[in-house]
Design a binder for this molecule. Structure first.
Ligand SMILES: *Cc1c(COP(=O)(O)O)cnc(C)c1O
Length: 387
């Protein structure tokens, strides 16, 4: 029998998506007006226990809004992780600022020890302003990415941010649903701890609106500013008055309809992801030079992406393993190349990236769709154990 294709991560529309999208179509509110956008904002805000949220048309536009409401602008510098998706970093440039790249810890997220080492060696704080001693530029903010649904070490990072007067922008695009179960941030969701948090609803994320994003903030006035900027900065709807340069970054009612249906299933998606993660872990961890990387303790992770770590003794390279799986119609992928190595960033400062390089050369992301069956996961396991 022909074995079927097992995708890496595909959307799951088994809820009320068609019903809600149809309502939006029937209502003729298909663009940025309509009742579903505020409903979706309310659903996400309530879920992550925040007073409000601003929907936008991608995680990338959400991160650009985050830069602007944080006051990141021309001549500023921003601390970012080097091991992440490039959309976490490009918005720094959109704002006219420059990123400073820092490596990861074993959670694959921004390493607090490396951030502190960089600041102590290369920065100084004068009158509440953090400056890069080499460039003289103000280091305005820090972007923290919660990689693959894990939680970055927020306790350590927030302490550093406070001491060094940095605004914290949480890129929680991969971590909707991840929260602390213990410690000082117990009950706090990824994205709600720093100054600003951003979620993404791209097709491969834990819930999707096709494309979409959401911004939350612990500063209500900053959040209103994000909403204003996302809708062309209109100060007078009727007479077309605009009080600054705005953007067409608002989510549409059609997308929000999808999002509402997806939110109803989010906890079920997370439960399924966790179950399949445990399945892979039981079957593969410690066997044939494989490890399944853990999620942090003291955290309920959304288990968005699974990381198979291939130890050095394995007879095949990471790329050969991906190739064999591909021949068996199983889609997997390596993690991102470091951003500091991408075409536009070689001149930027970079610190402590050794661990990031180590992990990126050895990790394979395994199929993790919310529709993945145990039978399919077993096929993935059998191929890996035959190598
Ligand atoms: C997906 C993702 C984004 C961007 O989200 P889009 O909705 O695709 O624009 C940003 N950062 C990280 C880490 C992501 O994984």
């Amino acid at each position: 029998m022909e074995s079927r294709f097992i995708p890496l991560s595909v959307p799951n529309f088994s809820g009320r998506e068609k019903e809600y999208v149809n309502e939006a179509v029937v209502s003729e509110w298909v663009s940025t007006g309509g009742s579903k956008v505020p409903q979706f904002e309310r659903a996400v805000a309530d879920y992550v226990k925040m007073p409000d949220a601003v929907a936008c048309n991608s995680g990338t536009s959400g991160l650009h809004l985050a830069m602007m409401i944080a006051g990141v602008g021309r001549g500023h510098e921003v601390i970012v992780p080097t091991l992440t998706f490039i959309a976490a970093v490009n918005p720094v440039r959109y704002a006219g600022a420059e990123p400073i790249f820092i490596g990861c810890d074993d959670s694959l997220c921004l390493c607090p020890a490396e951030v502190l080492r960089f600041l102590k060696e290369h920065a100084e704080c004068v009158n509440g302003v953090c400056r890069n001693k080499a460039t003289g530029a103000e280091i305005k903010a820090m972007v923290v990415v919660h990689v693959f649904g894990n939680m970055a070490d927020m306790q350590a990072l927030m302490k550093i941010a406070e001491e060094w007067h940095l605004t914290v922008i949480e890129d929680a695009t991969e971590a909707l649903g991840t929260y602390y179960t213990e410690g000082v941030y117990q009950g706090k969701y990824a994205g709600t701890i720093g100054d600003i948090g951003v979620y993404s609803f791209n097709g491969n994320k834990i819930i999707t609106t096709g494309s979409g994003g959401m911004v939350v903030s612990n500063h209500p006035d900053w959040l209103s500013h994000a909403r204003h900027l996302s809708t062309q900065a209109k100060s007078d709807e009727l007479n077309y008055k605009h009080d600054e340069v705005g953007y067409n970054y608002r989510l549409t009612n059609l997308q929000a309809a999808l999002g509402l249906a997806q939110m109803e299933q989010l906890e079920d998606f997370i439960a399924h992801k966790e179950k399949m993660y445990e399945f892979y872990r039981e079957r593969l961890d410690g066997k044939h030079h494989y490890r399944i990387l853990p999620f942090c303790e003291g955290v309920r992770s959304n288990h968005w992406f699974y990381s198979l770590y291939v130890e050095d003794g394995h007879s095949l390279s990471r790329d050969e393993i991906i190739q064999v799986l591909k021949e068996q119609k199983i889609q997997t992928r390596p993690i991102w190349g470091l951003i500091q190595d991408q075409a536009d960033y070689p001149k930027n400062e970079a610190y402590g990236e050794e661990k990031a390089r180590h992990y990126l050369e050895r990790i394979v992301n395994l199929p993790c769709s919310t529709s993945l069956t145990q039978e399919d996961a077993e096929r993935v396991v059998q191929v890996l154990l035959s190598l």
